[in-house]
Design a protein around this ligand. Structure first.
Ligand SMILES: [Fe+2]
Length: 165
């Protein structure tokens, strides 16, 4: 593949993860505001702060490649996140539903950053490789934090619904 196509492919991957981070910001904000489980809300708030940094780091790499933000796609994803938040906050088992979504989303991010990192390696963009490494470390940690909460939050929602043993 010609080098300029490889660069274009790298920019495509960067644009996609930038959209993903925008979506994550909306989803985490909605989650932090809507869940009634304090530990889960705290996990969302902590990862929200990390996600704000991820968005800046990816934007920095897009800037380095002279590419603008993916405005249209971001707007579309924000809309989806807002609808998701509205549906989740109407349910009595909101915490569990938001946790399932967040857990799935962290793994989507992990897959996305591993692919981005590989494309960056092939394109010889070591700075993007380092950014992906740094972000992946935090995505893995966030995924583990959420994983550790699954059973406890299921019990929490049962108590909220008056179904706890
Ligand atoms: Fe994340």
């Amino acid at each position: 593949m010609p080098q300029n196509s490889l660069q274009q492919q790298l920019v495509t991957y960067l644009t996609d993860v930038h959209s993903t981070e925008q979506n994550a910001l909306s989803t985490l904000r909605a989650g932090a505001d809507s869940v009634d489980d304090e530990e889960l809300a705290a996990a969302f708030r902590q990862h929200l702060a990390e996600t704000e940094e991820h968005e800046r780091l990816v934007q920095g790499r897009l800037d380095a490649h002279g590419a603008g933000p993916s405005t249209l796609k971001d707007v579309a994803q924000k809309g989806v996140a807002a609808v998701t938040g509205a549906i989740a906050s109407a349910a009595p088992d909101t915490s569990g539903k938001m946790l399932i979504q967040a857990y799935a989303f962290e793994h989507l991010e992990i897959a996305s950053y591993r692919m981005l990192r590989q494309v960056a390696r092939r394109a010889g963009d070591q700075e993007t490789v380092q950014v992906a490494d740094r972000i992946l470390e935090q995505e893995h940690a966030a995924a583990q934090t959420l994983s550790d909460l699954l059973e406890r939050v299921a019990d929490h929602d049962l108590r909220q619904m008056g179904l706890a043993a």
